[in-house]
Design a protein around this ligand. Structure first.
Ligand code: F0G
Length: 493
């Protein structure tokens, strides 16, 4: 706790020294300066009221902003922003298990929500602004059959089913938080780029809280379940002739030009909601941490949020140790794997070697590269949260691997047969785990939690093709039968 207290008083010291500077100026020399100071003071007092502020992750910048502003990049240097907290102003439970008391009060929508049940750990807005549709009612399932497939000892493998969220993916954890922020800042219109699940979730929440929404998707790059949701939930759906990375670039420009509220994981408040997936895994393990978290890597919002969650829990003395993390790419979209394993890119206390990234992206552009994998959710080659993910790798002593589409599809069939199923991107976790166990990097006796990010019905085409076209080891095709009882019985026997 000593370190924690020191950190808290650091925040205090910072706040007070800024105030002192304002006081010494006294009667303003010029009106403009005076107005700037009034604004800054107003922002400062809002930050204090909200217990939180935004901070640039670039250590050479470190600019701080009030939570009352909708910013998706640091206005000073263009880097990513974090939500940060004045922990000494927030009443945090003495131990994580204290959150369990909220289960007794399920009639309060905020206690029912699997995100806001943990609200003290993402305390950036008042309760009156919180938007919830009952997200986060997900389960952690111990699964020995899938464990056997991956080579893990019985009793050691846990699957976190985020497909059980209202829109069928983990995204709802982030959207409940981001839309609460959107309400807090008075946003009227929102937008996102998406490989599918973000668009489904945005459309659902936008409709729920009366915001207009436009979603950008790559033409032909989205699974039908997800596209059907975006249209059905009433999103203005724009199919761009390009891939996700093209959509991501366009949406940022459009949001800037039109003043739309951006809901991609560049939005620091979205990642605050996604932290709670880790709290629920800890809860599912009887308030204990696993040895490993395994997560698919696409735009790298989850891995970024998970590392931050564990860092904060440790800082607050709510956990004793931080689990290790394995982030799994598809081989057809393996930017993180290439940059970390081959180009040796590291967090380096925030001083990330930008030249390595620039060179890598320039090479992708030169060969006109577009990512391709059956796991369309993670078909991304320029992940926007790359630097925050590097920070998580540092925090969690993390590793990165890539798995083939074949490995993903076989693992998905096993999760379907022996578990509750998932979409292809989610199955990358089990494919990656199998690989890491085989190589002895993860021990079969360690306790492992894999995050299954999306529901199996998100991408029925991939599943049907796998089984009907006998694409893999576990294909289970339907059998054609004549309309005749004897023939049918013969087939069953
Ligand atoms: N799994 C699923 C099912 C996803 O939809 C995504 C991302 C990921 C994993 C990767 O997560 O970006 O946090 O590393 N889908 C985004 C979308 C990109 O637009 O729906 P990440």
């Amino acid at each position: 706790m000593g370190k924690n207290k020191a950190k808290q008083s650091q925040f205090k010291a910072k706040t007070y020294s800024i105030k002192a500077n304002f006081c010494t100026i006294g009667s303003a020399f010029c009106l403009q300066l005076h107005l700037n100071l009034v604004n800054l003071l107003r922002n400062l007092s809002m930050s204090i009221a909200n217990n939180a502020f935004q901070k640039c992750i670039n250590p050479d910048c470190g600019a701080e902003f009030d939570c009352g502003q909708a910013l998706f990049k640091c206005p000073n240097c263009g880097e990513l922003l974090d939500a940060q907290y004045n922990w000494d102003k927030i009443t945090i439970p003495a131990k994580l298990s204290d959150f369990a008391k909220r289960w007794a009060n399920k009639n309060n929508p905020l206690d029912f929500s699997g995100v806001w049940r943990f609200r003290e750990l993402l305390s950036f807005c008042d309760d009156k602004n919180k938007i919830t549709i009952g997200e986060g009612q997900t389960i952690l399932q111990q699964n020995d059959a899938v464990a056997e497939y991956a080579g893990v000892k019985p009793g050691c493998l846990y699957l976190q089913y985020e497909g059980l969220n209202p829109s069928g993916s983990f995204k709802d954890n982030g959207m409940t938080a981001a839309f609460s922020h959107a309400k807090m800042v008075g946003a009227k219109s929102s937008a996102c780029a998406s490989t599918g699940n973000t668009s489904a979730s945005v459309a659902l929440y936008a409709h729920h809280c009366g915001l207009k929404c436009t979603v950008f998707i790559g033409s032909g790059r989205i699974a039908f379940g997800k596209l059907s949701q975006a249209m059905d939930y009433g999103a203005h759906t724009i199919q761009i002739q390009g891939d996700f990375d093209d959509c991501m670039r366009q949406v940022q420009d459009v949001c800037t030009k039109l003043g739309l509220y951006l809901l991609n994981s560049l939005n620091p408040f979205r990642l605050e909601g996604q932290k709670t997936i880790m709290y629920r895994i800890i809860e599912g393990l009887g308030w204990d941490v696993p040895d490993w978290i395994i997560v698919p890597g696409g735009n790298l919002g989850n891995s970024s949020a998970f590392g931050k969650a564990f860092y904060e829990l440790k800082q607050l003395d709510l956990i004793e140790r931080i689990p290790r993390m394995a982030i799994i790419n598809a081989t057809g979209a393996d930017t993180l794997t290439e940059l970390v394993n081959n180009k040796k890119l590291i967090w380096n206390d925030g001083k990330v070697n930008q030249a390595i990234i620039d060179d890598y992206y320039a090479a992708l552009t030169a060969k006109n590269f577009s990512p391709h994998t059956c796991a369309s959710a993670i078909e991304i080659s320029r992940p926007v949260n790359l630097k925050k993910c590097l920070r998580s790798i540092h925090i969690c002593n993390g590793i990165v691997r890539a798995v083939t589409d074949e490995e993903i599809l076989d693992a998905k069939a096993i999760i379907g047969k022996f578990g509750l199923g998932c979409e292809p991107a989610s199955a990358a976790t089990i494919a990656g785990l199998k690989n890491l166990i085989a190589k002895g990097i993860i021990d079969k006796n360690e306790r492992i939690a894999c995050v299954l990010t999306g529901h199996p019905l998100k991408d029925p085409n991939v599943t049907v093709d796998y089984h009907k076209e006998k694409q893999g080891k576990f294909s289970n095709p339907p059998i054609e039968a004549p309309n005749n009882i004897d023939e049918i019985i013969k087939l069953i026997n």
